[in-house]
Design a protein around this ligand. Structure first.
Ligand code: SF4
Ligand code: FES
Length: 263
């Protein structure tokens, strides 16, 4: 396999901690193989920084195969970079040109505060899930759950929604820093199935209330979230979220307990 080598310059956001002032730093990155992933390129740069006795760039990752949602960063102003339907870990350097300058930043949203460099605190998503992203019925084992028949069209839509990996790119792309696509995916994933019906109304109310409490914005139909979502979650799920929320407010508005961000 031929190996085209790229000479790149990275401009990376460096921030030592949540309360400290950040700045961009430039790093020449010569001899980068086009077959490397974006994270492997950062690994190569970090090895060099360590050899030189410098602080390596902090970034988040886990699976490196597009399924855990840990790895997102802004690449030239676009969440997860230039390749559609692709997480940062699955983005390969062949999509860049020799001589490119690449700007790398963390997600920009008040509800995702920077922890260090490219790492942000996405625990707000966990608290939104704790507020309503679950079912309380006992579905039993897989064979028992399968005795409840689900229309194929609903099962497929629920699977589409369940492919959300909670990466936060939708928030990063939205001018309102809205997590509506993430919340809508969870609402659809659970609300399309029979097991998700008992909490369906309360779920929408509780998750929207928690999303507001975390400081996220609301959807105003820019659709930037759908454009950058690595799992191609469609914005039509947000219409479903809005319908469930409206039904909750018309039929059973109840105070919902909110979870606080740990100090
Ligand atoms: S909806 Fe898409 S962009 Fe948003 S968290 Fe889920 S996978 Fe990521
Ligand atoms: S590291 Fe898991 S999705 Fe990228």
């Amino acid at each position: 396999m031929s190996d085209r080598l790229l000479n790149l310059t990275l401009v990376v956001w460096r921030q030592p901690g949540p309360a400290e002032v950040g700045r961009f730093e430039r790093y020449p990155c010569p001899g980068i193989s086009e077959h490397m992933s974006f994270l492997e390129m950062l690994d190569v740069l970090n090895e060099r920084l360590l050899r030189d006795g410098k602080d390596p760039i902090s970034f988040e990752h886990d699976c490196r195969e597009g399924i855990c949602g840990a790895c997102g960063v802004m690449i030239n102003g676009v969440p997860h970079g230039p390749q559609a339907a692709t997480t940062t870990c699955q983005l390969h350097m062949r999509h860049f040109r020799d001589g490119d300058e690449i700007v790398v930043e963390p997600w920009r949203a008040r509800a995702f505060p920077v922890v260090k460099d490219l790492v942000v605190d996405r625990s707000a998503f966990d608290r939104i899930l704790q507020a309503g992203g679950y079912v309380s019925v006992r579905a039993g084992s897989a064979p028992e759950a399968n005795t409840i028949l689900v229309p194929k069209s609903d099962a497929e839509l629920a699977m589409d929604a369940a492919s959300c990996i909670g990466c936060g790119a939708c928030v990063a792309a939205c001018p309102n820093a809205s997590p509506s696509l993430f919340v809508a995916a969870k609402i659809a994933h659970l609300g399309l199935l029979p097991q998700g019906q008992p909490e369906r109304t309360r779920r929408a109310q509780a998750m929207v209330a928690q999303m507001e409490a975390e400081g996220f914005g609301h959807c105003t139909n820019h659709d930037e979230c759908e454009a950058v979502c690595p799992k191609e979650i469609p914005v039509r799920f947000i219409a479903r979220l809005n319908r469930d929320f409206l039904r909750a407010m018309l039929t059973a508005p109840t105070p919902v307990p909110l979870r606080k961000r740990p100090a």
